[in-house]
Design a protein around this ligand. Structure first.
Ligand code: FES
Ligand code: MG
Length: 584
């Protein structure tokens, strides 16, 4: 970079770097650049600084995002790295998605954030970008946007929370939030104790402490190559995280100079590596949606059939909640993603290139020998041999459904039972604990109208066990819906049924008493009804009302099914054919 100011003085045409990117806004390019310098100088930048490669730092903090509260400290460290490597750091905000605070769901806004990130990376003059995110939907949104923007980019996650404790029990959000809430519902805890517990479940900055969606996506992103090796797992409050922030800033400057864009990192091979890691982690079902969307942006279609093929040949090795016993701080101490990749090495494509500019093979040669076998199991002694997450198909889910087989009571994975149907979330809330509800432990709980278009696909697929059965000691039941489930949840739960029931999917035809059969072995989910009977019943079911304006209207009209990552049809490159759920 010869320097924007010097080049301009000599009247040369400048390359599209630094402040000189774009420059169409006033017609006259030199006037446009001059104005940019005028206003950049109002912030005190010298000509020398303005001549350096610009590294944007995309932040997504805010008081509605508990997970991201270390963002200012991370920005400082990233900036330090950028400056030391000869670049100019420029922080810019995008919208933030704090998981617990968004109505109707955070997933609805993931695509909005992805559009914000993409357009701001493209619109503003930056040569590379560091994406600071972590809470469930933020990192997928940032990757989707950055891949589409096409400039050199790498992610820096905020890192996981540390655990807390209560009456001698180790606690981490949010698997323990759920297990203790179930005990409270069953009457094992009184009001005072559940309130005391509440202050000890999430005790530091950072993302949820188990292998929920945030941790899953942090690890999947590292495996994909879109963040620095080793950076997924250090806790949010660990000094190592700040060193990764510094290194990410420095590396972004080199990526700008080398022109290392996401299309060279996110390939069919790296996506398969990321899928292996998703399964070996026993990762979140949401990871299936997000990885599909991220890969889709790079023009790498991910089908559920391919998903099943990889799952069938990948062992679950990481012993973290909700599938296993431990928390992210143990996973980090045990060797993190590097140690896991080493266990999976024979299954991986080792010539993929990461944001670090090296191949996976080069990285693997550096992974320290230490590994804690209680946390990261060897491939020949897995926690579960295969099929961490499985796609099911059948007359209830022609486009597929997802089951987290690794986190379910195996007895319920070859099961037939009587349907107990809730027509939507309000109906579920009103009746699930009704003492008069006709429900037995072998029944199948069915939730309708909870898909992306009808309800924003809430994490309500983990239907509560009815109180009357809880008090009889029932802790798991077969539950099916077109909703999602938190990555921190567990149980015999079939999710993401597609097409969704609100827009004509066959799940809408199910009535109380129908026989539903799920078979993990056969990858099937069916209701014992003829095609004619399903069609006849569906003709009488009203469609979910659609939003009439604004972003929610755009969402309803363009969101793809979960098997397509719930991206918008118009954001997926045309190489990857689109088929909106609404026309399914
Ligand atoms: Fe942000 Fe769980 S609330 S990751
Ligand atoms: Mg979550």
């Amino acid at each position: 970079c010869a320097g924007v100011a010097a080049g301009l003085a000599e009247g040369r045409v400048m390359p599209e770097t630094g402040l000189s990117q774009g420059l169409t806004n006033y017609g006259d390019r030199e006037f446009s650049l001059y104005l940019r310098r005028v206003f950049a100088k109002s912030m005190g930048y010298s000509d020398e600084m303005l001549a350096k490669p610009i590294v944007g730092i995309a932040t997504s903090g805010g008081d509605f995002n508990n997970c991201h509260r270390t963002t200012p400290e991370l920005v400082k460290a990233v900036s330090r790295g950028v400056l030391a490597a000869g670049g100019l750091p420029m922080e810019f905000p995008t919208i933030s998605l704090g998981e617990p605070y968004l109505t109707p769901t955070s997933l609805v806004f993931r695509n909005l954030m992805a559009m914000d990130v993409e357009e701001m990376i493209r619109a503003q003059p930056m040569d590379a970008v560091v994406l600071i995110g972590g809470c469930d939907k933020t990192l997928p949104a940032q990757l989707m946007g950055a891949i589409s923007a096409g400039k050199p980019a790498l992610a820096l996650v905020v890192g996981p929370m540390m655990t807390g404790s209560f009456e001698g029990n180790r606690l981490g959000a949010c698997t323990d939030c759920r297990s203790w809430w179930a005990r409270y519902r069953a009457g094992e805890l009184d009001d005072a104790r559940i309130r005391a517990l509440e202050s000890n479940l999430a005790t530091t900055a950072g993302t949820c402490a188990v292998m929920g969606t945030a941790s899953t996506m942090a690890c999947v992103t590292e495996a994909l190559g879109m963040s620095l090796p080793g950076s997924a797992t250090p806790p949010a409050v660990h000094a190592e995280r700040l060193r990764f922030a510094e290194a990410s800033g420095a590396r972004a400057v080199e990526m700008a100079r080398d022109g290392l864009t996401p299309e060279r990192i996110v390939t069919r091979e790296s996506v398969d590596n990321a899928l292996r890691v998703l399964f070996a982690l026993g990762g979140s079902t949401n990871g299936a949606i997000h990885l599909t969307a991220i890969a889709g942006r790079a023009g790498v279609p991910l089908t559920l059939e391919h998903f099943n093929a990889i799952a069938a040949a990948t062992p679950v090795l990481v012993n973290l909640k909700p599938v296993g016993a431990h928390y992210m701080e143990q996973f980090h101490a045990a060797g993190g993603v590097g140690a896991l990749l080493r266990e999976l090495a024979p299954l991986l494509h080792r010539q993929t290139v990461s944001a670090a500019g090296e191949t996976l093979a080069t990285r693997l040669a550096r992974v320290p020998a230490y590994v804690d076998r209680d946390v990261i199991r060897p491939a020949d002694d897995p926690i579960v041999a295969r099929d961490a997450l499985v796609a099911l198909f059948g007359n209830l889910a022609p486009n597929g459904a997802i089951l987290k087989a690794a986190a379910a009571d195996a007895r319920l994975l070859e099961h037939e039972g009587r349907a107990v149907v809730f027509r939507d979330l309000a109906d579920l809330a009103a009746r699930i604990d009704d003492p008069a509800l006709d429900v037995e432990p072998d029944d199948v709980l069915v939730l309708q109208n909870a898909g992306a278009i009808a309800a924003g696909m809430p994490e309500a697929g983990y239907l509560p066990i009815p109180k009357k059965l809880l008090s009889r000691g029932v802790r798991d039941m077969l539950r099916i819906s077109d909703a999602r489930m938190s990555g921190t949840a567990y149980g015999a739960v079939v999710l993401h049924i597609s097409p969704e029931s609100g827009v004509g999917g066959p799940l809408a035809a199910v009535r109380d008493g129908d026989r539903i059969r799920v078979s993990l072995r056969e990858r099937r989910i069916d209701v014992a009804l003829s095609d004619e009977e399903i069609a006849h019943r569906l003709a009488a079911v009203p469609r979910a009302p659609l939003a009439s304006r604004g972003y929610r209207k755009l969402y309803a009209e363009h969101v793809l099914g979960p098997e397509r990552g719930c991206d918008f049809d118009f954001l997926v490159p045309s190489a990857s054919p689109a088929s909106p759920t609404s026309s399914a």
